[in-house]
Write a protein that binds this ligand. Structure first.
Ligand code: SF4
Length: 489
């Protein structure tokens, strides 16, 4: 069967493709690579990957393309399921014989609900879906395929679980799919050089953070890895394939979770002369950081999450604030840039803990940061905790983004409303960035490179526009709440 792997068009600027951990529209243009779809696409000869949002592909063009395929596999997510179901229905309306499958974290943990989202969805891939997609694309009968749920005689049938992949080297490289189907210049991440390419060298994370999507839904808590040589070979290949790329990003949940292997890879990358970056926890020592830096590491993406010790314990972060301080200091000393990520609205946030976090971020003083709202995805411990404690604001617990694609505050706590959490994001950004140090740092990078200068000006414009937009979202939410509230007697 000819097969199309599809990230459908969605909210304007929605970074919800098959590689995004938080499916939402960002403050500045950001698009992750759809690696989770590129991987099965690499297993299916003559398939095609269509990643609509970054390529500005609208619904008409998407439907036209889909018409040429017998089989369409859509990567969906909690916030985009409704939209993706409509796209599936439109594909079926155009060509009723098209077989449509849904994959992704939401489908992995809620296969029944996902199938029920629309009669246009023929099957759902649970857990790790690479080989499930391959077998469906080969035309095997659905009832014989592990890890798959489908409809049979009006009933939903769940086939037995698929085993997790043990030999990660058995997965083909994604490089050729990227080159064939993606225009890599369309992919931006604010803190990465442009153009960048991201890929995975392994899946799963041994840490237990309660809010974290991939390890609790698809990847698991064992870090399963490709061999260092396999990774180095693909990097050498990518370097030839994409000579224009300025930075390679290892998007593994925690690339540094297996340090001996990370060191081995770094050693092999050094002679290739690549600039690379990766996700890391804030718990590595100076010597290791310095050795990575000497082998081309430019940036760590680090989840600090909170500056309140109780919250860090409650979300099982597994790294203390002192360890975070030490790590950050070591990175500053070694000259490794950090993009830090923080989350507001984790249990149990208070005005005081928000101030703690803002102050902690200022103390760490990393190059750049991102502030997200806690997103309780189905399948995560945070979701269960919120459900049991009645922290969800809305009845629909999957309503995680506004109509414009920006995140909304899905949780609130006794003494801290969702509006207060939402407002604190704006306050956090302003308190952090409107200080002399970050401003001077940004100006310095602009003076060093004309392209960076143009990009930062655009991002600055987008950033302040998004803050305005978020304010409007908040006002709209307040008005809606006022209308819904009963009139005083
Ligand atoms: S360390 Fe990072 S990737 Fe691992 S579980 Fe925690 S948040 Fe997720």
């Amino acid at each position: 069967m000819s097969t199309l792997f599809l990230s459908p068009p969605s909210f304007d600027g929605f970074d919800g493709g098959a590689g995004s951990r938080y499916q939402a529209r960002r403050e500045i243009t950001s698009f992750w690579y759809p690696t989770w779809l590129a991987q099965p696409a690499a297993l299916v000869p003559d398939s095609r990957l269509l990643d609509c949002p970054p390529h500005n592909i609208g619904i008409q063009q998407c439907l036209e393309t889909a018409k040429a395929f017998d089989h369409v596999i859509i990567h969906t997510s909690t916030p985009s399921l409704k939209n993706d179901s409509k796209v599936a229905e439109a594909i079926k309306a155009n060509r009723p014989e098209t077989r449509i499958g849904f994959v992704g974290a939401h489908a992995a943990v809620l296969p029944t609900e996902t199938l029920k989202a629309s009669p246009a969805i023929d099957w759902v891939g649970r857990k790790e879906f690479d080989f499930t997609c391959k077998e469906v694309a080969e035309g095997r009968p659905l009832e014989t395929i592990d890890g798959l749920s489908f409809r049979k005689d009006g009933k939903i049938v769940h086939n037995r679980e698929r085993e997790m992949i043990k030999n990660m080297d058995a997965l083909p490289w994604v490089a050729d799919v990227y080159q064939r189907d993606l225009q890599i210049e369309k992919y931006f991440i604010g803190y990465l050089l442009h153009p960048y390419v991201s890929m995975y060298t392994g899946r799963g994370c041994p840490a237990q953070c309660t809010f974290c999507l991939w390890p609790q839904t698809i990847g698991g808590h064992k870090y399963r890895v490709r061999s260092a040589q396999n990774v180095a070979d693909e990097m050498a290949y990518m370097k030839k394939l994409f000579p224009q790329v300025k930075e390679f990003f290892f998007d593994d949940d925690t690339f540094t979770a297996n340090l001996p292997r990370a060191r081995e890879i770094a050693k092999k990358l050094g002679p290739l002369g690549l600039t690379w970056s990766c996700n890391s926890r804030a718990n590595i020592d100076y010597d290791t950081i310095k050795s990575f830096k000497d082998c081309g590491l430019r940036l760590f993406l680090v989840g600090y999450e909170s500056g309140n010790a109780d919250i860090l314990t409650r979300i099982k972060k597994g790294v203390t604030m002192d360890e975070m301080r030490k790590f950050t200091q070591a990175c500053h000393q070694a000259g490794v840039v950090i993009h830090g990520t923080f989350i507001l609205g984790l249990p149990v946030e208070t005005q005081q803990s928000i101030e703690n976090t803002i102050n902690f971020a200022k103390e760490l003083d990393v190059f750049s940061l991102q502030v997200s709202l806690a997103a309780p995805y189905p399948g995560t411990e945070l979701f269960e905790m919120a459900r049991q404690n009645g922290w969800f604001v809305k009845k629909d617990k999957t309503d995680l983004v506004e109509n414009d694609g920006f995140q909304q505050s899905a949780l609130e706590y006794p003494g801290l409303s969702k509006e207060e959490i939402f407002e604190a994001v704006d306050r956090f950004y302003r308190a952090y960035y409107l200080r002399p140090k970050p401003i001077l740092r940004i100006i310095k990078t602009m003076l060093e490179d004309k392209d960076v200068c143009v990009r930062r000006l655009r991002e600055g414009y987008e950033f302040f526009k998004s803050l305005r937009q978020r304010k409007e979202d908040l006002e709209a939410a307040k008005s809606a709440a006022a209308v819904a509230a009963p009139a005083p007697a």
